[in-house]
Design a protein around this ligand. Sequence first.
Ligand code: ADP
Length: 163
Amino acid sequence: MSRSVIYPGSFDPVTYGHIDVIKRAARMFDAVIVAVAKDTHKKTLFDTEERMDLMRQAIQGVAGVSIESFEGLVITYARRKKVNTLIRGLRMISDFEYELQMALTNRRLDEGVETVFLMPSEGYAFLSSTLIKEAAALDADLSSFVPEFVAERLKRKLVHRKA
Ligand code: ADP
């Protein structure tokens, strides 16, 4: 039986941490659907198309990974896709409470859907899209956080428009 998994998130923008999680998931599952959230509780810097476009470039060459967008409950989306496993990333202990709450809420909504947590390589465990955006606005070197094409797009939005 072919096993698929959904990795939902805002990915605003994709970082080396997300890419690390996607590669790990791709080794464990036959198909990984990266699901870019259209409506997130966070105000995003990049619109859905931009976030999908950056993700598309980021996972080029990783076999078995596709990208989609979704809106509404991830559980509803998973049911529609007939996928019963979600992937989430865990960085620090600080992620744990929120992620556990979300996983248990999703389980209450649908007992058939499990959440699997993956830890990134420790070198990426401190990376967050939010901090990277702050660093980008201050024109920091982003090369160890995000791929070059993501850094360029960030700088174009956050630094050059100020000039
Ligand atoms: P969301 O708004 O859904 O939290 P994010 O794009 O911030 O979307 O994160 C998507 C998932 O990826 C979350 O489970 C988050 O914990 C995880 N994640 C984010 N950054 C990293 C990282 N550096 N390493 C591992 N997982 C990460």
